[in-house]
Design a protein around this ligand. Structure first.
Ligand SMILES: N[C@@H](CCC(=O)N[C@@H](CS)C(=O)NCC(=O)O)C(=O)O
Length: 198
């Protein structure tokens, strides 16, 4: 059984939601970051960054929420969280999965900190560009790939939910509101929310 290392009210929400979407049993290993549990030697052996979430699957261990999403989607293909190899939709799936940590995360941090970066050199350009690209991509819906819900929605939906709704770091847009509502209506999201509340 996979073991998910998580902490309440943290980025591990996306991995909780992910595991709940699979319908597979998993063990939750509470790694409370408010107590410094993420800095213990046994946890650093799993994630040397000392951050949650992390996942153990037998001898395999990994961290980084989007990598965990990609890994779990592949391990449980029956959950249909990723377009299969050879499906043209897989290109956009990978694009959005990487867009989460590569562009959305730094854009949110930039909005929260007001840190100025050269948009030509910064990999995410600038926060306004990221928000505009996301707005257009989510306009039609229901999901980032259109009709197919995927692990990319778990990464992007979790990020937007925290940035727009929970912490109000990013001003909302109608497309964001409707998308977050659709994510939040999923039973797996709701189960994850209960767990993440601690
Ligand atoms: N890039 C990581 C970020 C994980 C992260 O920043 N986790 C925070 C909680 S939201 C954490 O563990 N902070 C504790 C610490 O840095 O000591 C991911 O996407 O999984």
């Amino acid at each position: 059984m996979m073991q998910l290392y998580w902490s309440p009210r943290s980025r591990s929400f996306s991995s909780l939601w992910l595991m709940e979407e699979t319908g597979q049993p998993y063990e939750r290993v509470l790694t409370d970051i408010s107590t410094g549990a993420q800095r213990r030697a046994e946890y650093l052996a799993i994630n040397p960054m000392g951050k949650v979430p992390a996942l153990r699957d037998g001898e395999a261990t990994l961290a980084e929420a989007a990598a965990i999403a990609a890994y779990v989607a592949e391990r449980y293909p029956q959950a249909k969280l990723a377009p299969p190899l050879g499906d043209p939709l897989r290109a956009k799936y990978l694009y959005w999965l990487f867009f989460g940590p590569g562009c959305i995360e730094p854009a949110i941090v930039q909005l929260a900190t007001k840190l100025e970066m050269n948009p030509f050199a910064a990999g995410w350009g600038d926060s306004q560009r990221v928000i505009d690209v996301l707005d257009v991509a989510l306009e039609k819906g229901p999901w980032i790939l259109g009709d197919n819900f995927s692990a990319a929605d778990i990464i992007i939906g979790s990020g937007l939910n925290f940035a727009v709704r929970v912490f109000k770091m990013v001003p909302s847009r109608p497309s964001f509101d409707a998308y977050i509502d659709r994510c939040a209506a999923r039973p797996a999201f709701q189960r994850a929310e209960k767990i993440a509340a601690g």
